[in-house]
Each structure stands twice: as structure tokens, then as C-alpha cells.
Design a protein around this ligand. Structure first.
Ligand SMILES: Cc1ncc(C[n+]2csc(CCOP(=O)(O)OP(=O)(O)O)c2C)c(N)n1
Ligand SMILES: [Mg+2]
Length: 832
């Protein structure tokens, strides 16, 4: 065996080394590790690790010290935070990962990621040189803005870990439904800074993972014991270890590197090991920064009086001693590969890897190093030590011992990159021509939503099968119940409904099975949005398209807002149904009321927001949304409404529990288009209109009544139904921009709707949300405008009480119109 291995590893060195690496999992671990030690494979890896650290450091240096700086701002980049992960990421990307694996990289290690992709041929030199500049490599890995095969965007700490965890669940969901089984199952890997575990969403995700039987998930913690401001608390690893074990994870602590492990076997080694184990984090960091001579003094002072330890210390030079003390497990390729390759089961695993923030750089260990940059002098010394000739800083193999050909051969065989970049594509799901509308004469949009889904639930087609609903403990109260009764809950194992088994009547059938299509979450709204993000990227991550729908109460969007933003930033595709909303939920009162959410809908990039009043509108919007969620085109605006619909996105529907008398009308294609574009005339104003009322959502009855009353005395009063302030506004902005850029005829939907409005016509806008949502309408043609809406909240009462209290009732609308158009009848005021 030994001799055949030797032949394999020494003849035609590169290919055989990589063949060995590829086959690593087939060998028992100890054979594989022996092969690594015996071969040059480790030396190739450590050469590349060195190069990765150099390129990342140089990329940041170039951006801050060499590239022209036009605005005088610090460009930034995180040399220390990057260095902390150089070894771990080299071990992963060059050895451990496979193409089917997916990774969320610690945000501040972005330069390391870009450097690795540069070596693998997936990143350009220009992008590195433009790091943090316009269209260059991004500060934090970005799925949508970077071009080098980023699996998940990161940046807001804590979210990457959750994204990975929920992506593992989504992979299981997809495979349990019989899809994507031809592809190998991937591991989902998150690289986390130790301070990321301070984020609450981490724990919410862990709990959810435990409930859902999480598998194939790795969290690798870069345990450098530093955050942004400071050095972390002592003994944090013990809390982490206990915590993960409690949630059923395996925990592997990678504390000591091979140099240290060897030294511990020397006489006195045990004492050194004890000293390291008991050394406070702050002190260790400070000594790392101070270097070999300080290590020697400190060690001699504290344990040097014990003869065998003195010997152990004395026989090493200052630099050897520093190398020994810095050789924590997270910087030792062999220790890391051993740990990663030992994790062969699908049990979720947390690796706590001891690292040094700034490892290998002169800023290593300093508590202020998070945003610290190497000075030009420090960089020059580092460059010299790396044998990088001036002018050759970007050369991929400059200063390395192995030949460029051999290194290139090694990289060509790296298993992770063997199949090129790993973005998958999935075909679009065919949709029915229209969604059936519940025919009830009086119904709320929330009930309408439940009924539409219930009807979809009856279908036996791919469209119905690809829908997956998810809700944070508000499944029943957001009207998903009948859908869930039809399609069941998702669970990796079958669990029957005990109430049903015991023949106790219940409206809801709560059965779990691998075929179920509803994912029930605990209350944490952050988790809802991260799950939607994971489900909404399944077409790209798993090559299997899902049509995710998430429901929650509208005010609690705020609870998960950063995760929603994160999902949209990654271009995840989902339908968010927020209900009930506003103050219209009346007696619920207090913090259940929502004011700002329509503005979130207006402002959130990647999310098309709607607030329909009628269920026929909702059916049109949902049909359109399922199409929009699947779009994958270029950003070419249509000339009809100047919106970039071709690119698609996620959708937010703000619904209500208020039953509203439905309008008896036929849905024409023109009306359907206008609903999707954001508005239509419910009553078109005449040529001499003095007042137009524009409303959104549940206040439709008040708007209609006010217009009816005013119409008794005024001529030509108009009523504009706004189904999407967001799309209306975006189209208007886009058309103006097009005009400014040389297309003078560009007109948006709202400009066309208001084109014939006389200049003196007053506009009253009203919605159950912040008045600014529709306030901009007056600027479209310069009409005087009064915007009604909710600015304060917290009172309980009936709808009538609250509409009157907050000023969005019939009288408020009429009074506003009256104030804007003096000289007209005031008899409505008696209503007040
Ligand atoms: C949600 C969020 N809050 C704050 C920040 C600012 N921030 C960036 S890094 C960081 C500390 C990171 O420490 P750690 O996770 O330990 O990373 P490392 O030490 O490896 O740099 C903070 C607070 C952020 N990026 N995201
Ligand atoms: Mg840290």
C-alpha cells in the first residue's frame, strides 16, 4: 500500500495529487491524512493559502492606498477579519467543498473569497483592482452584484448562518417532494464570526432547525475572540458548545494546530498546553500582537521556572516561538482538513475554530484591528517577506515555491470548481389563465386570499404542487387553514393529527408528512423572512422552482425587516401576504396596528407592493405575482409603464379583515392591466372636476361614500382606486427619468390617468397607513393635495370609532376636499 501510494504521489505529481484529493473521502481518514503528510499536497495548499492572504491584503491595500480616491473617504476593507479566515477558507475551497455544496461567507472575509475565486479563474483582475469601487468586487459577498459565483449574500451579521440553515431545510423539502434527486445532496456551510452569535436571529434559527430535523448543515465559527469594538468574553466557547449540543448538533473544537500538538508531546508540553488553555483572551491577543520576544518573556515569567518547559521555550528562536503560539487550529491546514473530513454524517455540525484576527499580518491580535489597515511601510515589509516583486503584486503565483504550471494544474483539479460556476436554472411553472374569485357579495381581502388558495389547493397540477406556504404561528389567523387542510404540513416524518385520531372535532387537519406543502414556523418573524429567502432561491440553489407564500400580521413585518431586506437583496422570489393591517383591525388595537408598512412597500427594493380593496383585484394581482416571481429577464423597461417588470421580484400584498361589499363587474383585460400597473378610475372625473379622491385598500367604502355625497353638489368628482402606490410611483419615477434622458414621450401609468385633470382640481388621498404613501400624487400634475392617513396609533375601538378618531372617515375626506376648494357648498360639514 505504502509503495503504491508513494508511486501515485510522486510520479506525474500534480494530477495524482489531485486524484488523491478527490478520492480522499473513499480512503479511511487516517490513510488520507497520512497521504497528505507524505505528499506535497499540503505544501500546495499552504502555498495557495499564503497567496490568498496576500491577494486579499493587497486588494484592500490597493483600494485604500494606491487607487485614486476621488471623494476623500476611507475606502475600507477588513484585512484582519479576512486574515482570520484565510486558512479555513483555503482548506474548504481547495480541498473539502464539492460543487453541490453552498456557502455563506462571513461578510468581512469578502476579500478572501474574491481572492480564492481569482485563483480558481472565476474572478477578474479588474474586479479585484476595483474592490469596493464602482462595479468592482463587492465589499461583502453579493449574489446579485458580484460575478464570481457567490452562493448567498452576506453583510448584515447573523443572517448568513440562518440562510444556510434554512437552505438545508429547503433542500430537504425539495428532495422529499421527489424533485432534484438526480443531483447529489449538498452541504450547506456558513462561515461565521464569533460575534455574529450575539444576534438573536441565530437562536431563532437554531430552534427552528431542531424542530425540523436539520441535516447537512455546517456552521464554522471563526473563533478569533474579537468583535468590532473589543475582545469577547472569556469562556464563550463553552456556552456555544453547550448550546449547539442542546439543539442536537455535533460540536468539533479545532483549538490547536499541528505545531502545538507536536510541542505538547515534548517534555513540558502539557504545562504549555495548560497555560494556553487558561490564558485570558485579551492577553493572548495582546501577546500575538507583540510577537516572539514578548511571548518568551511572558512564558518564562509564568511557567519558565519549570525545567522542561524552559527547555521547550529556549530551544526555539523568537520567530519559531511566535509561530508555535500563533499556530491555533484555525490556522493549521492539517487540523482543519482532519476536522472537516471527519464530519461524514449528515448531523448538523458546529466547528469552533480558534483563530487569530489578523493572522500572518503585523496587525494580528490587536484589539483595534477590525477596521485597521496595514500602513504602506508594513505592507512593503510584508511584500518582501512574501517574495513578491514590485510590479508583480497581482500575479497569481508570484513568490511561491511551487512552479506556476504545477500550481495551475492543482487548481484545475480542485473538486469544488470542477464543474465551473454553480448557478442552476429551473423552468417556469405553467400558470392557469386566471385564478378563480370567490363570489361572496361581502368579503374581506384576507378571506378572499384564503378562498383563492383553497381553490388552488383543489388543483392537481404542477402549479399547485410547487406552491409552498409558510407562516410564523399565524397560519390559522391569516386564513391559510383551508389550504393546509387540503395540502398538509411538511415534516420529514409522518405525524398524524392526534385530535383527528381521537375523533375530537376540529376545523383544522394538522397532519405532517414529507409531501405536505405548508411549513409551520415558531413565532419568530426573522425566521419567516429567511425561510422565504431560502425557498425563493430554490430555483437557483437546487435547480427546482418553488412558489413560496409567507403570511404574517402586517405590523410584524417590522420585526423581520432586515431579513426581508436581505431576502430582497438576494433576489429571492416569494409572495408576502400581510394581514390584518392598519387600524382597520380595530378592536385588536395597540401594537397590532401598522402605519409605516405601506411606506416600506413603496421603498423596499426588489419588492412589488399592493394594497387591493376588492377580491377580484386580489385574484388578478396574485395571478400576476406568480408570473412576476418567476421572471428572469433583462432590465428593459416596457414603454407602457416604464417599470422593469422583466426582471421580476418578490411581491407584498397588504390585506385586511374588513368585509367589504364587492363591486359587481366583469374583469376586462384592460382593468386587469390597470390593477397590476397600480390604479384605475372607479369614477372617471369629468372635464370640470373640482375634486378627485384617491384611495388605497380597506377605506374604499369611505372613499366611495364621500365621493357619492360630494357628487350631489359638485360636478365631475373623480374616484381613483390605487391598487399599488409602489408600482404607480416607481413607474412615474422611471418615466420622468426616461424623459430626462432623451425620450420626451415617456409617460407613466399615473401620468396617463391624470392627464385630463384640470389644474385647479383638488386631490384628496386616503389610506389606512401613513399619508405620505399617496401624498406624492399631487406632484404628478401639480394639483393641490391633502393626504389623509394614519400618523398615530394605539387606540382600540370599532372601525367607525377609529376612522373618525384618526381622520380617515367620510367626513374627514369631505372636509379635506372642502378646505382645498373654497367657495363650494359646506353642507357636508353637518355630518361631522
Ligand atoms: C446586523 C449588523 N450589525 C452590525 C454590523 C457591524 N459589524 C460589522 S462586523 C462586526 C463585528 C464582527 O465581529 P465578528 O463576527 O467576531 O467578526 P470578526 O471578528 O471575524 O471580524 C460588527 C458589529 C453588521 N455588519 N451587521
Ligand atoms: Mg470575531
Amino acid at each position: 500500500m505504502a509503495s503504491s501510494l508513494h508511486v501515485m504521489l510522486s510520479s506525474a505529481r500534480r494530477p495524482s495529487l489531485n486524484a488523491a484529493a478527490k478520492r480522499g473521502r473513499e480512503y479511511p481518514l487516517w490513510v488520507y491524512l497520512a497521504m497528505l503528510i507524505a505528499s506535497d499536497y499540503l505544501s500546495f495548499l499552504s502555498e495557495l493559502e499564503r497567496k490568498v492572504l496576500w491577494l486579499a491584503s493587497w486588494t484592500i491595500h490597493n483600494a485604500n492606498h494606491l487607487r485614486e480616491n476621488s471623494d476623500g473617504l476611507k475606502v475600507g476593507g477588513h484585512q484582519a477579519s479576512s486574515a482570520s479566515l484565510a486558512t479555513i477558507m483555503s482548506a474548504l475551497y481547495f480541498d473539502v467543498l464539492r460543487p453541490q455544496d453552498r456557502v455563506a461567507v462571513k461578510p468581512h472575509a469578502s476579500p478572501i473569497f474574491h481572492a480564492i475565486q481569482y485563483l480558481l479563474g472565476n474572478q477578474t483582475l479588474e474586479a479585484l483592482q476595483q474592490f469596493r469601487a464602482y462595479k468592482g468586487a463587492q465589499s461583502y459577498p453579493s449574489r446579485t452584484k458580484d460575478t464570481d459565483d457567490v452562493d448567498f449574500s452576506t453583510g448584515s451579521v447573523g443572517l448568513g448562518g440562518a440562510q444556510i440553515l434554512f437552505s438545508s431545510l429547503v433542500q430537504d423539502y425539495v428532495r422529499a417532494h421527489g424533485w432534484g434527486r438526480a443531483r447529489p445532496e449538498g452541504r450547506m456551510v456558513a462561515l461565521l464570526g464569533d460575534a455574529e452569535l450575539d444576534e438573536g436571529n441565530i437562536f431563532e434559527a437554531l430552534l427552528e432547525g431542531w424542530k425540523h430535523g436539520l441535516r447537512n448543515c455546517w456552521w464554522i465559527i471563526d473563533y478569533n475572540r474579537q468583535s468590532l469594538d473589543a475582545v469577547v468574553h472569556e469562556g464563550l466557547w463553552e456556552r456555544f458548545e453547550q448550546l449547539f449540543k442542546n439543539f442536537g448538533w455535533n460540536v468539533t473544537i479545532v483549538k490547536y494546530g499541528s505545531l502545538q500538538r507536536a510541542a505538547f508531546k515534548e517534555p513540558g508540553g502539557e504545562k504549555l498546553k495548560n497555560w494556553i488553555a487558561n490564558c485570558p483572551n485579551q492577553l493572548y491577543s495582546a501577546l500575538v500582537f507583540a510577537g516572539g520576544a514578548t511571548w518568551r518573556k511572558r512564558l518564562n515569567d509564568e511557567i519558565g521556572d519549570q525545567a522542561d518547559v524552559s527547555e521547550l521555550i529556549a530551544k526555539r528562536s523568537d520567530s519559531e516561538l511566535a509561530a508555535l503560539m500563533n499556530n491555533l487550529g484555525g490556522h493549521d491546514l492539517l487540523a482543519l482538513i482532519e476536522a472537516f473530513r471527519s464530519a461524514t454524517s449528515d448531523t448538523p455540525t458546529c466547528f469552533i475554530c480558534y483563530t487569530v484576527k489578523g493572522y500572518g499580518l503585523p496587525i494580528a491580535g490587536h484589539k483595534d484591528n477590525h477596521a485597521g489597515l496595514m500602513t504602506p511601510t508594513q505592507m512593503a515589509e510584508y511584500q518582501k517577506a512574501q517574495n513578491v516583486r514590485p510590479g508583480h503584486e497581482w500575479d497569481r503565483f508570484e513568490g511561491l515555491r511551487e512552479s506556476p504550471r504545477a500550481l495551475q494544474g492543482f487548481l484545475d483539479c480542485v473538486p469544488f470548481a470542477a464543474k465551473g460556476t454553480r448557478r442552476l436554472k429551473a423552468p417556469q411553472i405553467e400558470l392557469p389563465a386566471a385564478l378563480p374569485v370567490a363570489a361572496l357579495p361581502v368579503i374581506s381581502t384576507q378571506s378572499g386570499f384564503g378562498q383563492i388558495l383553497n381553490e388552488i389547493g383543489r388543483r392537481n397540477d404542477e402549479f399547485a404542487r410547487r406552491i409552498v406556504t409558510v407562516s410564523p404561528d399565524v397560519t390559522v389567523s391569516t386564513n391559510l387553514g383551508s389550504w393546509v387542510n387540503r395540502r398538509g404540513l411538511f415534516g420529514r416524518e409522518k405525524i398524524t393529527d392526534t385530535f383527528k385520531d381521537e375523533r375530537i372535532p376540529s376545523t383544522f387537519n394538522w397532519e405532517f408528512s414529507p409531501h405536505g406543502q405548508h411549513i409551520e414556523l415558531g413565532i419568530a418573524e426573522m425566521s419567516l423572512f429567511v425561510v422565504l429567502s431560502a425557498l425563493g432561491l430554490s430555483h437557483s440553489i437546487n435547480g427546482e422552482r418553488l412558489l413560496p407564500i409567507g403570511t404574517l400580521y402586517d405590523p410584524f413585518i417590522a420585526r423581520g425587516l432586515d431579513a426581508l431586506n436581505y431576502a430582497c437583496y438576494q433576489d429571492a422570489r416569494f409572495m408576502l401576504v400581510a394581514t390584518p393591517s392598519g387600524i382597520t383591525l380595530a378592536s385588536e388595537g395597540g401594537a397590532h396596528q401598522s402605519i409605516a408598512e405601506p411606506l416600506i412597500g413603496l421603498a423596499q427594493d426588489g419588492l412589488a407592493a399592493f394594497e387591493p380593496a376588492y377580491v377580484d383585484e386580489l385574484a388578478v394581482i396574485m395571478r400576476w405575482a406568480f408570473e412576476y416571481m418567476q421572471k428572469d429577464g433583462d432590465a428593459i423597461p416596457s414603454e407602457r409603464n416604464w417599470l422593469r417588470d422583466e426582471t421580476g421580484g418578490a411581491v407584498y400584498l397588504r390585506l385586511s379583515t374588513r368585509p367589504i361589499e364587492q363591486l359587481p363587474r366583469a374583469m376586462t383585460p384592460e382593468l386587469a392591466q390597470a390593477i397590476v400597473d397600480g390604479a384605475y378610475w372607479l369614477r372617471k372625473p369629468g372635464p370640470n372636476a373640482q375634486v378627485v379622491v384617491a384611495y388605497s385598500g380597506a377605506v374604499a367604502p369611505e372613499a366611495i361614500s364621500a365621493v357619492g355625497l360630494m357628487g350631489e353638489d359638485r360636478r365631475d368628482v373623480g374616484l381613483l382606486a390605487v391598487t399599488s402606490a409602489d408600482r404607480l410611483n416607481a413607474g412615474w419615477t422611471a418615466a420622468q427619468r426616461a424623459c430626462e434622458r432623451g425620450i420626451p414621450d415617456a409617460r407613466s401609468h399615473i401620468e396617463r390617468l391624470l392627464a385630463d385633470l384640470p389644474p385647479h382640481c383638488a386631490l384628496v388621498t386616503v389610506l389606512d397607513g401613513h399619508p405620505a404613501t399617496l401624498g406624492w400624487l399631487g406632484a404628478v400634475r401639480g394639483n393641490r393635495t391633502r393626504s389623509l392617513g394614519i400618523e398615530h396609533f394605539g387606540q382600540t375601538g370599532s372601525i367607525a370609532d377609529l376612522y373618525r378618531h384618526y381622520g380617515i372617515d367620510i367626513n374627514a375626506i369631505i372636509a379635506a376636499a372642502q378646505a382645498l376648494t373654497p367657495g363650494t357648498p359646506i353642507r357636508y360639514l353637518k355630518l361631522m
